[in-house]
Design a protein around this ligand. Structure first.
Ligand code: CDP
Length: 232
């Protein structure tokens, strides 16, 4: 078994289960999992709380001024066996996953100075290698030399249904239609922005998981890792 610690980049469309499978894979490999989307969500929550974004319009000058006031960290939660997101020391893991934050995050993620700060942080947290990171620009911008790049997608309806169930289970009162609209809107903004748009890296392997169970997709991903290790 090759002991080289790999860098694994998983990009793709909104709500297609990237983080679920990335977490599972990181656990199996004893690697660090980094949720780059959570970072954009934390900046978004900060902007919302400080009224720096309203009706999709961002007060970019003020956000730029306040950027250094945003302290992001992730702390391991033993009970949940996963890292929770903190904004300036406050646990906001559930709040950043709400539909309200999802509705604003793609506007915040178009901003160049925000992306630069997040990418620096992503690289800093990955310094020691052995990382699975998911997002939109990981294989294209953050780690263009990643050992393995995956591009995940699934039908928009399937993705919306999965996210709907997830939020319902948490007790959020949302409708399927609202979620579907959000998923489509985020895909559009993410794919059409100037800064680091969402696109498949030329050397990424596509995984359309519309008809995969979580177990099947993990198995598929593990096979891709085996192939890399075996030098295939
Ligand atoms: O989990 P889900 O796919 O719904 O979203 P996420 O990974 O939490 O990302 C939230 C949003 O952050 C995305 O819709 C993108 O607009 C943005 N994002 C980004 O621009 N670049 C990344 N590397 C990760 C997320």
């Amino acid at each position: 078994m090759n002991s080289k610690k790999l860098t694994i980049a998983i990009d793709g469309h909104s709500s297609c289960g990237k983080s679920t499978v990335a977490k599972q894979l990181a656990k199996k490999l004893h690697y660090t999992y980094i949720d780059s989307g959570a970072m954009y969500r934390l900046v978004t929550l900060f902007a919302m709380r400080n009224k720096l974004i309203e009706n999709d319009v961002v007060n970019t000058a003020e956000l730029a001024n306040r950027l250094d006031d945003i302290k992001i960290d992730f702390r391991y939660n033993e009970a949940k066996q996963q890292a929770d997101a903190y904004l300036n020391g406050e646990l906001v893991e559930d709040e950043i996953r709400s539909l309200a934050v999802s509705n604003n995050v793609s506007a915040i993620a178009t901003i160049k100075f925000v992306r630069e700060k997040m990418v620096d942080l992503q690289r800093e947290l990955s310094k020691s290698g052995g990382v699975v990171m998911d997002g939109r620009d990981i294989g294209t911008v953050v780690f263009p030399n990643a050992d393995l790049k995956i591009f995940m997608t699934a039908d928009a309806e399937v993705r919306a249904e999965r996210r709907f169930k997830e939020l319902q289970a948490k007790g959020d009162s949302v409708t399927f239609e609202e979620i579907l609209e959000n998923v489509k809107k985020r895909d559009f903004i993410d794919e059409n922005r100037d800064e680091s748009p969402l696109r498949k890296a030329d050397d990424a392997i596509v995984l359309d998981n519309s008809n995969f169970t979580p177990a099947q997709q993990l198995e598929w991903l593990e096979q891709q890792v085996e192939n890399i290790i075996a030098g295939k």
